[in-house]
Design a protein around this ligand. Structure first.
Ligand code: PMP
Length: 308
């Protein structure tokens, strides 16, 4: 049975509470300055097995701990505590559907933007269906007039709430101008990533994606795709800088991330990509990705954590 928003349960500071009671102090640095690091974790319901699988939990917790370290936060939670909190709150909600869980470690208390504590955490599992539906064949994107943040100012490697102001600027500008989303260039003028996703292109049957030093988040979906493309499709990925104009002349472009999964980009700056239809390699990667995350294919069982 689906839960209404009113009945949702959240893990906050070690307790499982009703959403209405999961409140944050308005004077806290997280509320005022976005002083929080977080992960967006997907869990997929496998109807046949009556099981909910969390995808690549250990990689999410490794990145969360790296974000805490770069953000100069005390390493307060063990991986086991991070994982147990997520499992407990999903079970408490009795979710038997696809979900996206936000696991956020934040600066609580009454300090300012430079406060290092007190540190607190919430875990919010929220139902979220799969992104790709056959009626929406792909996205129309522009190259943003906004530059992606860089490791010299606010590092895109730190998954901190405040970073998303840069994403917000690009996304809202893109929507205003009639596009579905934006693609950032970095301070070197090379392609970086989307506002909440990483980018791949296909040229002559080869996958190409910007390197982790191109002002991108070290995306878990990106590394998943590199691995499944190599092992299942026997397609190598070249990690190198991508020029803006390569997006105009390549065969395929797609964005990827835990939330968006694998989404074809059919048009960049008003120029059709390839034939303007989601193409062969993007489609194959999308199919394998969805079978992998939902536990339909057992090739990568090592990446799945059963919740029940
Ligand atoms: N880049 C940005 C800016 C993101 O917010 C995300 C989503 N977390 C990604 C890339 C994709 O990362 P992941 O595959 O780990 O979800």
């Amino acid at each position: 049975m689906k839960k209404s928003i009113d009945n949702r349960l959240i893990w906050l500071d070690g307790k499982i509470v009703k959403l209405q009671d999961a409140t944050v102090n308005v004077l806290s640095p997280t509320a005022q300055f976005g002083a929080n690091v977080f992960e967006g974790i997907r869990c997929y319901w496998n109807e046949e097995e009556q099981q909910l699988y969390a995808f690549r939990l250990m990689e999410h917790y490794k990145r969360l701990k790296n974000s805490m370290k770069m953000f100069r936060m005390e390493d307060k939670y063990s991986v086991d505590e991070l994982k147990q909190g997520l499992i407990d709150v999903i079970k408490a909600n009795e979710y038997k559907e696809d979900i996206a869980a936000r696991q956020t470690v934040f600066i609580d208390g009454f300090g300012s933007w430079s406060s290092s504590g007190p540190i607190n955490m919430f875990i919010a599992p929220i139902p979220k269906g799969r992104t790709l539906n056959p009626s929406k064949l792909g996205m129309k994107c522009c190259i943003s007039s906004w530059q992606r943040i860089s490791d010299r100012n606010i590092s895109p490697k730190v998954k901190v709430g405040a970073n998303y102001i840069n994403s917000r600027m690009a996304q809202l500008e893109a929507l205003q101008n009639g596009y579905d989303s934006a693609i950032f260039m970095n301070e070197q003028g090379k392609i970086a990533e989307g506002p909440g996703s990483c980018l791949f292109i296909v040229r002559d049957g080869v996958l190409i994606t910007p390197p982790v030093t191109a002002s991108i988040l070290e995306s878990i979906t990106r590394s998943t795709i590199i691995e499944i493309a190599r092992d299942i499709l026997h397609i190598e990925t070249i990690e190198r800088d991508i020029d803006r104009t390569e997006l105009y002349i390549c065969d395929e472009v797609f964005l990827c991330g835990s939330a968006v999964e694998v989404v074809p980009v059919l048009n960049v700056d008003g120029i059709s990509v390839g034939h303007g239809n989601p193409s062969r390699i993007t489609q194959s990667i999308c199919d394998i990705y969805m079978d992998t995350v939902s536990g339909k294919s057992k090739d990568y069982e090592k990446w799945l954590t059963p919740i029940y």
